[in-house]
Design a protein around this ligand. Structure first.
Ligand SMILES: Nc1ncnc2c1ncn2[C@@H]1O[C@H](COP(=O)(O)OP(=O)(O)OP(=O)(O)O)[C@@H](O)[C@H]1O
Length: 291
């Protein structure tokens, strides 16, 4: 346990030794839409129902309910401290790694409640990949950064092929294919972030969570990441937290607006949120009157 879930997540990934039980639970987590939860639209991948999160006595999220659709980019926006990252971390149970955090309510991945006792969070996180604000490649070669998750899971398959395909999908292959043995730490910031995206893609997750993935990058690298996110949504369901409203407007299909107090105030098509929001508070936020 730690106050730094990002660090814990990386070390957990790197030391994981999958068991047969993990694999069983993995099958459950990826089960059919009808598996054990509520009936939901066929294109709903993640459903939150009445989710509350506390850090000790402080409530960070209040009664959050929303459906995240498949093969789309869903953006989470809102002022600092309104709970966007906390919500993202509910989806792959990263909040389990924070001692002070407690989660109530239901969070389904394809109809299976990820907080059920029989769900192994490590198996869940193979299904729900994550990319963080600051690129965090392992101190290993470019190749090993991408292949590492496969190796520790003993995943069958042609690793060379998977590494190449993942780097291509992350729009990095052309820049690194002649130096796969070099350290991932020698890449530029934008390349490191694309390497982390390739690492997240390699185990073939269903959902990719991105927590401000471009906020530490220059405009050119940011634009590359934005293009990449739109392409990724053809294959994966992407959920992105961003402080940058223009970025949400550019790349997302749906936008959730969280406001101070951990409330989800509006969730709708991105165009509707930015052009004609229902809530005055959302309009004030979008137009920069506060936040
Ligand atoms: N590890 C933690 N321990 C205690 N409180 C926390 C922790 N992480 C977040 N919080 C609190 O929970 C609330 C929501 O934080 P969170 O980081 O989810 O918001 P956010 O909208 O993502 O903010 P930002 O945009 O600044 O990243 C804040 O009040 C924050 O102080």
């Amino acid at each position: 346990m730690t106050d730094n879930p990002e660090q814990e997540y990386a070390s957990e990934e790197s030391t994981d030794d999958p068991t047969t039980d993990d694999m069983l639970v993995e099958t459950d987590v990826s089960g059919s839409v009808e598996s054990s939860g509520p009936t939901m639209q066929a294109n709903t991948v993640v459903r939150a129902e009445n989710v509350d999160v506390w850090y000790n006595d402080e409530q960070a999220l209040r009664d959050i309910s929303l459906d995240i659709p498949e093969n789309q980019v869903t953006a989470m926006i809102g002022p600092s401290g309104c709970g966007k990252s906390t919500f993202l971390r509910c989806i792959n149970r990263m909040n389990d790694l924070i001692d002070a955090a407690s989660v109530e309510g239901d969070l389904y991945l394809r109809g299976k409640n990820v907080y059920d006792d029989d769900v192994d969070p490590v198996a869940l996180r193979r299904r729900v990949g994550m990319v963080f604000q600051s690129a965090n490649p392992f101190p290993k070669s470019i190749y090993d950064n991408v292949a590492y998750g496969l190796k520790i899971q003993n995943k069958p398959g042609d690793y060379d092929e998977i590494v190449e395909e993942s780097l291509k999908r992350a729009a990095l292959w052309d820049e690194v294919n002649d130096r796969l043995d070099e350290s991932g730490l020698e890449l530029s910031g934008g390349q490191q972030q694309r390497l982390c995206i390739a690492r997240a893609i390699a185990p073939d997750p269903e959902v990719i969570l991105m927590d401000e993935p471009a906020s530490a990058l220059d405009p050119v690298a940011t634009s590359q990441i934005e293009d990449l996110i739109s392409e990724l949504a053809e294959e994966y369901t992407v959920v992105i937290v961003t402080h940058n409203m223009q970025q949400a407007a550019r790349i997302s299909n749906r936008t959730a607006v969280f406001l101070t107090g951990g409330e989800l105030v509006e969730f709708d098509d991105t165009e509707k949120i930015f052009e004609n929001p229902e809530s005055q508070r959302v309009e004030d936020y979008i137009t920069g009157k506060f936040g």
